[in-house]
Design a protein around this ligand. Structure first.
Ligand SMILES: Cc1cc2nc3c(=O)[nH]c(=O)nc-3n(C[C@H](O)[C@H](O)[C@H](O)COP(=O)(O)OP(=O)(O)OC[C@H]3O[C@@H](n4cnc5c(N)ncnc54)[C@H](O)[C@@H]3O)c2cc1C
Length: 402
């Protein structure tokens, strides 16, 4: 039994930090959640949830609430630049291994209010918005966390500190843990429109292969019908945002996906930089890293947010067992298992997906796409591919890491 009653302090109320808070409160562990912003963040980011993530969130009531407005996406497609369908995958092939044989599309900023609401209903968590973690000091039996914000500087005593404070994590930087990997040279633009690509045969989740401008197109529910179609595509990082995000450029990119008369109604546009990085360890003494604070990947495959939730569930199950008296080695096991899943699956698959979509050599790209057709049209191969791309296989292999 742990001798201290100091809470677990979590830095960051993004999807990962909120999931940690819920998973710890469900085990009656005291939690303090510190968020730098004055409210939950609202930018257009992740929006695609794989079956295992839905399974993990179900016991907390999150998955059921997500289904109230989320879109079930049974099929996903690979297309080429002329706009032709190359291969289509049917997630229903996984119906014997998961109660959720589909991807559920729901914007990240619609997930976090559900998590926060359930956390408040559960009770017992101290939640502080406008508290930015500035640093921490480690002691033998805990961590002192310092924050700044509109209400001034404060100190919080923690038994454990979880850094779920995103890609620029102050907690990770404070540990001095290496963030190994690289940054892609190009920038990405994300733009959204209510125009119905579905009426032209596009599945709600499509990857568009093209040596010059590959893309990922998927539909999110927005505030309700007709929803929004979100396109992400690479752009020249040496051009200014004003140019990259001009009406003319974004319009042209949408027209290259589907030429149509009249302009697209563009509702949202932004640029972002993409990295492939993994922290050298997800644990250093009483400080733990989870979600984007621990790893970053490109968006092809929709793995980033999903793996943050996987980290949170794995970590809090082990932290709970330690809290109830089992050895600290469990926290090292968390780091080993989640680093394995991140490196073996998320990094490898997202890099492979991107390289396949952007392949410059037409002959090599044709061969890749022919392989995808062969996989999609053979039910056994398609099922194996879906087990992998839905993160089921990677999680199973990671759970075998000792
Ligand atoms: C354009 C885009 C598209 C994406 N699409 C997908 C997708 O389809 N599928 C997918 O799985 N992933 C996707 N991702 C990745 C996904 O959005 C992230 O993996 C996810 O946000 C990680 O959640 P997180 O809680 O770990 O970090 P974040 O969402 O970054 O949350 C971190 C939180 O910590 C807070 N914070 C930061 N610093 C401090 C501090 N010092 N003190 C206190 N609080 C702090 C922040 O304000 C924030 O609320 C996408 C990302 C982008 C940018």
């Amino acid at each position: 039994m742990m001798t201290t009653l100091k809470p677990v302090v979590i830095a960051g109320a993004g999807p990962t930090g909120l999931m940690c808070a819920l998973a710890l409160r469900a085990q009656d562990i005291p939690v303090v959640l510190l968020e730098a912003e004055e409210a939950l963040t609202h930018d257009l980011r992740a929006g695609s949830f794989h079956p295992p993530t839905l399974e993990m969130m179900a016991p907390y009531g999150i998955t059921e609430r997500m289904h109230e407005s989320g879109i079930k996406v049974r099929h996903w497609q690979i297309r080429n630049r002329p706009g032709d369908l190359v291969a289509e995958f049917d997630l229903d092939l996984l119906r014997d291994v998961t109660p959720y044989p589909y991807r559920l599309h729901l914007e990240q900023h619609r997930l976090t209010p559900i998590q926060l609401d359930l956390l408040r209903q559960e009770g017992g968590a101290e939640i502080h918005f406008g508290h930015s973690v500035k640093g921490f000091t480690r002691h033998a039996d805990g961590v002192t966390v310092t924050t700044g914000g509109p209400s001034g500087d404060r100190r919080f005593e923690a038994s454990w500190l979880i850094g779920a404070d995103g890609g620029r994590s102050v907690v990770r930087k404070g540990l001095g843990v290496e963030f190994e990997g690289f940054t892609w040279p190009e920038l990405f633009v994300v733009a959204s429109t209510p125009y119905d690509f579905g009426a032209h045969g596009f599945a709600y989740n499509c990857y568009i292969a093209d040596p010059v401008e590959f893309g990922a197109l998927f539909k999110v529910p927005d505030a309700g019908p007709p929803g929004l179609w979100r396109l992400a595509y690479p752009v020249n990082p040496h051009e200014a945002d004003e140019v990259l995000l001009s009406e003319e450029r974004v319009e042209a990119a949408l027209q290259r996906v589907l030429p149509k008369h009249g302009a697209y109604d563009i509702r949202y546009k932004s640029t972002y930089r993409v990295h492939q990085r993994v922290a050298a360890s997800f644990r250093s003494g009483r400080v733990l890293l989870a979600g984007d604070a621990a790893h970053l990947n490109n968006p092809l495959g929709g793995f980033g947010l999903n793996s943050g939730i996987h980290d949170a569930v794995n970590l809090c199950e082990k932290l709970g067992r330690h809290w109830r008296g089992e050895g600290e080695h469990l926290l090292d096991l968390y780091s080993r298992q989640r680093r394995f899943a991140t490196i073996e699956q998320v990094q490898a698959m997202s890099i492979r997906n991107k390289r396949m979509m952007e392949e410059r050599d037409p002959a090599v790209q044709r061969r890749h796409l022919e392989e995808m057709v062969a996989v999609a049209t053979d039910p056994d191969k398609a099922r194996a591919h879906l087990l992998n791309t839905s993160m089921i296989l990677g999680l199973k292999r990671a759970s075998e890491v000792i």
